[in-house]
Design a binder for this molecule. Sequence first.
Ligand code: HEM
Length: 400
Amino acid sequence: MAVDISIPRYRENLFSTEAILDPYPHYAALRAAGPAVWLPRQRVFAISRYAECKTVLRDDATFLSGCGVSLNPVANRLGRGTTLNSDAEEHATKRFVLAHRLTPKALREVTETIERFADSVVDTALASNRIDGVDDLATALPLSVVPDLIGWPHDGRAELLRWAGATFDSMGPINRHSVGAAKAAAEMLAFARRIARDRSVLDDSMGSDVFRAADEGMIDKKSCPALMIDYLAPSLDTTIGAISSALYLFAQNPTQWRAVRSDPGLIPRAVNEVVRIESPLRAFSRTAARDTDIGGVKIPGGSRVLVLFASANRDPTEWDEPESFDITRDAARQLGFGWGVHGCAGRTLARLETTSMLRALADRVERIELAGTPKWGVNNIIRRLERLPLELVPADRRRA
Ligand code: HEM
């Protein structure tokens, strides 16, 4: 495919280790370069501004997910059969089979359990002087709640975090990160195939819904393994990322934490603001169904476009002072959960988990203090902390 020479090009590698660890200067350069910028290394058009990202996400008839949303053909082939990688009728049917389990109404039943669990996680953390915000706080809820909802067998849970992180990493361009992750991602798929073969899901779970839909002919039986992973893989690192980034941001911004403590009603806004400023999912791609244009830039049919959610969320033409963490801002329109028909099917649950952790902390913790140097993980698609040494200063419960 010949790319119009007038289209701006960006020759830096958005997927180098350095750019993964510090992506924001790259996003700013892309936004300044134009509404659609050609990345010669990955042979995709990068969409980095808020308005154009939203336009692409809304127009699912032109910008397709069915050819895969990853940046390499192997991951796109392995992802066939998922809700994420489907279009139109097929997408609507697949989403219908499972998304009803994650509506606000359906989640009301589990809300109390999640809140109680968050309370006990924070109580346990408070018993130690020093904790790791990722291992001791952020991981607990995601790693228990979704596997139970999906009905993932207990004997296959030990490797879940490694598998799910690798599944995201393997969705980047072909580079050493995605190649290194391919084996673990394939192990997850092999395990899901075993579950589908043995029907070893827990009763009355999302997994059992999948098998019922296949038996009733609503979905193809071959999709079952992919659908088992469809909701599990995107539920872990993303939510762990949101909770751990929230802890880091509040540790760096003590006045914002004081505001949350004095008015816990701010927590839902804070969750949107965290997902805006440190979007856990960097980007996914689409394929143009026909010749089209984005912000006046000609996009030939068949091209791949990369929707940079994380860049849109820091676009200064959309956000005042996008680099500052401000929990009083209304960030409900942030694109960190996507937008349009493929908008995150698990966002209500992700919000519930993050809100429950922050409520439990606000009730018990006067200050969140950094107790060492945080470490960001290296993953093509996910931005999340790997290590976050913290000290939690307990509140005087008599005053709180
Ligand atoms: C803070 C946490 C989360 C973030 C930031 C996040 C982000 C996203 C984004 C950006 C998309 C859009 C993908 C696209 O347009 O191609 C998406 C889709 C999706 N997410 Fe999430 N997610 C989170 C949590 C979860 C959880 C907890 C679950 C499951 C319980 C989940 C399940 C899904 C599914 C199934 C889709 C595909 C929806 C479709 O294609 O119709 N996510 N997520």
